[in-house]
Write a protein that binds this ligand. Structure first.
Ligand SMILES: Cc1cc2nc3c(=O)[nH]c(=O)nc-3n(C[C@H](O)[C@H](O)[C@H](O)COP(=O)(O)OP(=O)(O)OC[C@H]3O[C@@H](n4cnc5c(N)ncnc54)[C@H](O)[C@@H]3O)c2cc1C
Length: 257
């Protein structure tokens, strides 16, 4: 295989949330720069092919970390994901050196410093990277544009609570301890999770209520949606009805419906 365009990464750890959901933590052989919110092209060598078998994955870790985290859903019939689950710690994979994408924090939109971020399960990854990067910048005094912190309102939907993974605790802690992050996890099958005391329903169903409560109006906020295409369409329809225009709505669809 010609590896010029690729960096070798080694699996450091896989953290399972469910049979079909895990965080893959890879340690790259060289430092790879990226902007929080971008996606990497991750692949495995398969059957002596010239190129690795590749798929895009949003990077969930932040640029200052020495690992690349990916929050991945396993598709039983998928070409790559079952092979990822076969990896053992220390095994190699490949990441295209250029980590790319435009689904980053929109700091171009005038004075808008409120960001309404909608995700289904693994679609949380870019928002985790953005939140961790801002937390790091604030902790080290390195505010990128010198202003007040950007306010992040993250609405994270899943069928069941365990699908929210350890990100639930991480974001709930940021919600409790900072004034710049609001985390709203919501589950659509609460009857099957008796202990759940949080929000219930799909992201699009609860979005308007929380947008209004957080002052995320069409004039002050930017909207983002990432993950399942149906959620993205639903969320955008809700925000368009609230007056958001296309310029201030961003999306990252993980697949076609
Ligand atoms: C920019 C971008 C970022 C992405 N980031 C992530 C990420 O962070 N985490 C993640 O798990 N996936 C992410 N994806 C999806 C990922 O690239 C793969 O499509 C997915 O992992 C399936 O790969 P596979 O080879 O196993 O299945 P394939 O053999 O490629 O796919 C089988 C079929 O399933 C469809 N499909 C893909 N994903 C899903 C899904 N979640 N539910 C239902 N059907 C699906 C495909 O469109 C295809 O028709 C991202 C996609 C894009 C475009």
């Amino acid at each position: 295989m010609n590896t010029d365009k690729y960096c070798r990464v080694r699996l450091a750890e896989r953290i399972d949330f469910a049979d079909d959901l895990a965080v893959f933590r890879f340690r790259p052989d060289e430092a790879l720069g990226f902007t929080p919110g971008q996606y990497a092209t991750l692949g495995l060598e398969v059957d002596g092919r010239e190129r690795p078998l590749l798929r895009p994955y949003s990077v969930a870790s932040a640029p200052h970390e020495d690992v690349l985290d990916f929050f991945v859903e396993r598709l039983e019939e998928g070409a790559l994901t079952p092979r990822l689950w076969d990896l053992a710690p220390g095994d190699s994979a490949w990441v295209r050196r250029r980590i790319v994408g435009l689904f980053t924090l929109d700091t171009e939109s005038g004075g808008r410093r409120r960001h309404l971020m909608c995700a289904t399960v693994t679609g949380l990854a870019p928002f985790i990277s953005i939140a961790r990067a801002q937390q790091h910048a604030l902790a080290t005094g390195a505010r990128p544009d010198g202003g007040e912190p950007h306010r992040l309102v993250i609405i994270h939907g899943a069928s069941y609570p365990h699908e929210l993974g350890f990100y639930h605790d991480e974001l709930a802690e940021l919600d409790r301890t900072t004034d710049w992050l609001r985390y709203v996890p919501t589950v659509s099958r609460p009857r099957e999770a008796e202990d759940w005391t949080g929000e219930t329903g799909r992201v699009g169903d609860v979005l308007r209520k929380h947008a209004d409560a957080e002052g995320c109006t069409a004039e002050r906020a930017v909207g983002y949606a990432c993950g399942h295409p149906q959620m993205i369409e639903h969320a955008h329809a809700v925000l368009q009805r609230a007056g958001f225009d296309d310029e201030h709505l961003h999306e990252e669809k993980y697949f076609r419906a």
